[in-house]
Design a protein around this ligand. Structure first.
Ligand SMILES: NC(=O)c1ccc[n+]([C@@H]2O[C@H](COP(=O)([O-])OP(=O)(O)OC[C@H]3O[C@@H](n4cnc5c(N)ncnc54)[C@H](OP(=O)(O)O)[C@@H]3O)[C@@H](O)[C@H]2O)c1
Length: 321
């Protein structure tokens, strides 16, 4: 089979397509014919070695959707031909999904409902689990609450906007101007340009004086901002940053409102199948779609990983083997 591999850590050009043996599923694994593999920033961190270095040679791609080609000897509940999707391979312990076939442990995969597009599902894993864990599990977002999603055009952001809308929260999000209309169609009540000088005032105005929950993917930019636009008892969930030293200039703004901060990694999800099933349900119900901006062949994997870090787009990039 053809698979993207890296034999040393480095820039995108270390990714090469190679002809290798098709993997055999272990007892508790499925062999999948991969239909789509979402491209995530985390794929680039495993590639460049900034996350715990993975053994090489290595195939990237944490997200996947596809068809079961073979089941391991102890697998129950999956059959050859089943359509599935999931996440959590390609992370150091498992080879990833930028390949024609991949083996997947059954605790990281769920069935794909009829009618849900495999290309979208292949890009839904990391971003769906992350947005679900952040807003449902950690923030406990409730109907009618005001929820701020920073960066609503991002992979995580555009799913978070739709999950917020699906629970009937009032969603305020930020994005570059060209994405405002689409994000309103996806369920955002208010979309604000993240570059505006009066962003704090605009968020306060859109949320009747303060937001109840915040999904923050750039803590170094917004840690203090979050405290300033928080309502009493606001829950802030931090998923990322550009530099690892976010800081308050006035922590009293958070203390005086009993703001709680939860930092999270989706890799700590106790059972990935729970949010994966939730996301699949919303997709089947027409409440959640993944905007696929571009698709790439295996040969274009290096370009896909460049683009996910350097280009502006709404939604997701996908490798289709
Ligand atoms: N902790 C976890 O479990 C977890 C899980 C998934 C992702 N993450 C992290 O979360 C971050 C986002 O991931 P992603 O997959 O959604 O990435 P992504 O698809 O690249 O999205 C990033 C978004 O940030 C927007 N942005 C740029 N500058 C901004 C600013 N000043 N204010 C607000 N938004 C801004 C970008 O918009 P433009 O196109 O306009 O630049 C883009 O839409 C990454 O750092 C990733 O590593 C963490």
């Amino acid at each position: 089979m053809r698979a993207v591999r890296l034999s040393e850590h480095g820039g995108p050009d270390v990714l090469q397509v190679e002809e290798i043996d098709r993997p055999e599923p272990a007892a508790d694994e499925l062999l999948l014919e991969v239909a789509a593999a979402g491209v995530n920033p985390v794929d680039t961190y495993f590639r460049d070695g900034s996350y715990p270095p993975v053994d090489v040679p290595f195939t990237p791609g944490v997200d996947f959707a596809g068809t079961v080609a073979e089941t391991g000897s102890a697998v129950d509940g999956f059959d050859e031909g089943d359509r599935v999707y999931g996440t959590g391979i390609g992370n150091g312990s498992f080879q990833g999904a930028y390949a024609e076939y991949a083996t997947v442990p059954t605790d990281r995969v769920v069935h794909l409902p009829d009618g849900v597009d495999a290309t979208e599902a292949g890009a839904a894993g990391v971003v769906g689990v992350t947005a679900w864990r952040a807003l449902i599990d950690h923030a406990g977002l409730e109907p009618a609450e005001h929820c701020l999603v920073h960066g609503g055009s991002g992979g995580v952001g555009h799913v978070a906007v739709q999950i917020g809308d699906a629970v009937s929260a009032r969603v305020v999000t930020t994005a570059a101007e060209q994405y405002h209309d689409t994000l309103e169609e996806r369920g955002a009540d208010t979309v604000l340009d993240y570059g505006r000088d009066d962003l704090d005032e605009a968020v306060l105005e859109a949320s009747d004086g303060g937001v109840d929950a915040i999904l923050d993917h750039r803590l170094d930019d917004y840690l203090q901002f979050d405290a300033d636009v928080a309502a009493q008892g606001c829950r802030v969930v931090g998923i990322g940053e550009n530099s690892p030293d976010p800081a308050f200039t006035n922590d009293g703004a958070a203390r005086s409102k009993d703001v709680s901060y939860q930092f999270m990694s989706m890799f700590n999800t106790p059972d990935l199948r729970v949010p994966l099933r939730g996301v699949a349900h919303l997709m089947e119900a027409g409440r959640l779609s993944i905007d696929v901006d571009r698709t790439y062949d295996l040969e274009e994997a290096a370009q896909a990983q460049r683009d996910v870090m350097d280009e502006s787009f709404l939604g997701k990039l996908v490798v289709e083997p």
